[in-house]
Design a protein around this ligand. Structure first.
Ligand SMILES: [Zn+2]
Length: 74
């Protein structure tokens, strides 16, 4: 019988080197995900119909603010 060993995933990320992102408005460290929906009008849409484009953003759990770095760069 061969024993299958579970190798721990070797991820070279040191969380000590990572910085906390805080809410620009209230300084809260916790975020939750939300969907921002963009609507592309039929005139601009490649298929000639109104298109809805969902974009995932992170909102502050305390005040609901979305940091500018989470917004899609347009
Ligand atoms: Zn906030």
């Amino acid at each position: 019988m061969k024993k299958t060993e579970q190798q721990p995933m070797n991820i070279n990320i040191n969380l000590k080197d990572a910085v906390d992102i805080v809410c620009e408005e209230c300084g809260n460290k916790y975020f939750t995900d939300a969907m921002q929906i963009k609507k592309l009008s039929a005139l601009l849409s490649p298929n000639g119909q109104d298109s809805l484009i969902p974009i995932q953003v992170f909102i502050c759990t305390k005040c609901g603010h979305v940091n500018s770095e989470f917004l899609p760069q347009i």
